[in-house]
Structures are given as C-alpha cells and as structure tokens.
Design a protein around this ligand. Sequence first.
Ligand SMILES: [Zn+2]
Length: 112
Amino acid sequence: MEARTAKWRIKKDDIVQVISGKERGKKGKVLLVLQDEGRLKVEKLNMLKRHTKAGRKVQQGGIIEQEGTLHISNVMLICDKCGKGVRTKLKKLENAKRVRVCMKCGEVLDKA
Ligand SMILES: [Zn+2]
C-alpha cells in the first residue's frame, strides 16, 4: 500500500505535466482522478476519437473527441517556481495539515 499511496499526490484541478508517452511535455489541468485504477484525465490531453451513430439521443452521427485516461505515474505536478513537472514530498505544517512541496526548490504546491 505504501508505494501506491506515495504516488497519490495528484488531485483534481492540479496542473500537471506529462512525462512520458505521446503527450510527453504537455501540460494541463486534471479533470478527473480514478483512484482505484491509478489513472486520471487531463484537460485536452490524450484525446480519443469516438464514433457515434445517429440514434434516439443523438441527432447526428459523427466523431466526438474525449479525453482518454493517463496513468498517474506518467504525470507530475507542476511547480510554478521551477516551471515544470517536479517530484513532490509531503510536509507537515504546524497546524498538522499536510501539504505537497516541490522536492527541488521547496515551494509549497498546495494552495491554502
Ligand atoms: Zn520547484
């Protein structure tokens, strides 16, 4: 469990950078996190085309684009100070709240 929870440092609305795969280097906002699968969706990244047929609900058939999921290990949280995806560590604040900080520069990446 430790290895798994250690990776869970990305939340919805985080801005992340993709570090591997065909979308490598791109940045985007996290739309959805699928905890059980270890996957997430990032706005406008890893778009998948899906064909739809005309039916009762859809007036016109065609192709719709939708975000596909990315594996959590393929993205990194972006540090504003470093300007790129970075490794993070957890830091306990005085009020016992835990925040994510950049391993490189120590910047707190969680907004209060
Ligand atoms: Zn940093």
